[in-house]
Design a binder for this molecule. Structure first.
Ligand code: DC
Length: 236
């Protein structure tokens, strides 16, 4: 079975998708990490992220591997651990033009479909339900207000995690800057020509602004009798 979870950054979809996969015995696929890996490879190879033909070549030749890690999944780019580096501000700036390049998307979508061909996957990103797996068994579009998403990111940057109830104090200016950046990125992702961020018509929409992590995970599992049975089967 294939579960597609799409939504804007900071909606909590990565932690939620990982947890649904864990509880239901499915494999987790983080497609955002793939676009980040291509952006990281461009920077390490000295390729300008705006140079579409050169970026497309990087996407065709880069080797991206996922490994299980102690604190979540680790990403290897061309054989080197890039888990931390793929979240730096430099990569954050490079990834929008990289992921808006149609040839990059074609290459990544082909890899994602190969991954899905084995079945039993929870894939999360922006275009999973619309482009990558339009026939997915369960489609979710997870959103949250920009303010709620900015707060989660700000807490995460200070080492906390609202998903697990680990709240920490955050600087109000830093939170405002994150909010401005989120709104800018949402506009860019939703208005780009190649696979803009939008819900699939048949996606279940969940707004997580006022929901706990546990409530969102449960709401998704309850959408499908097969998911519920898998989760139940693994508990007993
Ligand atoms: O989910 P994330 O923040 O790790 O995604 C990183 C970037 O990749 C973000 O700018 C959106 C883009 N992305 C995309 O265009 N398509 C996807 N399926 C996943 C991510």
């Amino acid at each position: 079975m294939i579960v597609a979870i799409d939504g804007p950054s900071g909606s909590g979809k990565s932690s939620v998708a990982r947890e649904v996969a864990r509880r239901c015995g499915l494999t987790y696929l983080d497609t955002g990490a793939m676009y980040r890996s291509v952006a990281h490879a461009c920077l390490s190879r000295g390729v300008n992220p705006e140079d579409a033909p050169a970026v497309a070549e990087v996407a065709r030749t880069v080797r991206i591997e996922f490994l299980p890690g102690e604190d979540g999944q680790r990403v290897l780019v061309d054989g080197e651990d890039a888990t931390t580096q793929s979240r730096t501000p430099e990569v954050e700036r490079a990834v929008p033009p990289v992921s808006a390049t149609p040839e990059v998307r074609e290459t990544m979508v082909a890899i994602q479909r190969q991954f899905g061909a084995a079945g039993n996957v929870v894939a999360e990103g922006r275009d999973i339900g619309t482009v990558v797996f339009p026939g997915a068994d369960v489609k979710v579009f997870l959103s949250a207000s920009p303010e709620a998403r900015a707060r989660r990111r700000a807490v995460q940057r200070q080492g906390g995690n609202l998903a697990t109830g680990h709240d920490v104090a955050v600087d109000a200016d830093a939170e405002r800057a994150i909010l401005a950046d989120l709104v800018r990125r949402d506009d860019y992702d939703s208005s780009r020509e190649a696979s803009p961020l939008r819900p699939a018509e048949d996606a279940h929409r969940i707004d997580s602004s006022e929901l706990s992590f546990e409530q969102v995970v449960k709401a998704i599992i309850e959408l499908s009798p097969e998911l519920a049975a898998r989760a139940e089967g693994r508990r007993s």
